[in-house]
Design a protein around this ligand. Structure first.
Ligand code: MG
Length: 266
């Protein structure tokens, strides 16, 4: 009996010592790690990172777009687009100059492809013949994931609510500045959109963000969206995944035109 007790006791002592040694080793390892981080490098090479090497992109390698861009519209066809109303072919007008124009009351158009986070480039032009006021003068817009609108509007001598101005994030964020060119000239939008994230229960865990440059001028600086950009009511935050990019037919004879649309997936 004493012999059995001795064996059990010795075994327990051995396990206990082993755990202690292991735990001390972990502590020492953490100390070493933490000391390494705390010691400031004294040689330039110590803070150099050589890999992985970023992929090479030719900025003008794809008909004027970056070589890794997806061309959504190059002026020759609507192949990348469908009607957002009924998924039939686009009924907007394809112009001889390589642009397209919203055809009134035919509805929004959207990409066939779904997208998450993207860098988008597009060019748009307001309609000089459109002399309406407020939100009815050359109103269109680009929606990310079919839900989040960056406003397009002719605001030259045309006041409106500031969170509905050109380059606003509709009903959420006025532009930092009004950087549109004169009515009828081509504007460029370069937009970085980061998609929102949701957990398995459908709760939002990360808000979408938008950074917008209008004609090279920063108008939205990494704005964190409150949810969808609603015409009436509060922003919504229902869970969703990748979704199309949409261009708006505001149904008011807007006459807005588009050209050179490309996107890079992030
Ligand atoms: Mg709009």
């Amino acid at each position: 009996m004493n012999k059995i007790a001795f064996i059990i006791g010795t075994t327990l002592l051995f396990i206990s010592c082993k755990e202690k040694v292991s735990s001390e080793a972990e502590i020492n390892s953490e100390k070493v790690t933490s000391e390494k981080i705390e010691i400031e490098p004294t040689q330039p090479e110590e803070t150099e990172i050589w890999e992985p090497i970023p992929a090479k992109v030719n900025p003008n390698g794809n008909n004027g777009a970056p070589s890794d861009a997806i061309i959504l519209f190059d002026g020759t066809n609507f192949d990348e687009w469908i009607s957002a109303v009924d998924s039939t072919e686009v009924k907007w007008t394809l112009n001889p100059d390589g642009s397209m124009t919203v055809k009134d009351k035919t509805g929004d158009i959207q990409t066939k492809q779904n997208f998450g986070s993207v860098q988008l480039h597009l060019e748009w032009r307001s309609n000089p013949e459109n002399k309406q006021t407020n939100q009815n003068r050359s109103n269109s817009g680009v929606f990310f994931q079919n839900r989040y609108e960056v406003q397009i509007l002719d605001n030259n001598n045309n006041p409106t609510y500031v969170n509905g101005m050109v380059s606003s994030i509709y009903k959420q964020s006025p532009p930092l500045v009004m950087a549109a060119v004169p009515t009828g000239e081509w504007n460029t939008y370069d937009i970085i959109f980061h998609a929102p994230e949701f957990d398995a229960e459908g709760n939002k865990t990360k808000s979408a963000t938008l950074t917008v440059l209008l004609n090279g001028v920063l108008t939205q600086d990494h704005f964190e969206l409150e949810g969808t950009t609603e015409y009436i009511g509060w922003p919504k935050n229902d869970a969703h995944g990748p979704a199309p990019i949409k261009l708006q037919d505001h149904r008011d004879m807007s006459g807005v035109s588009y050209r050179n649309i490309w996107v890079r997936e992030l």
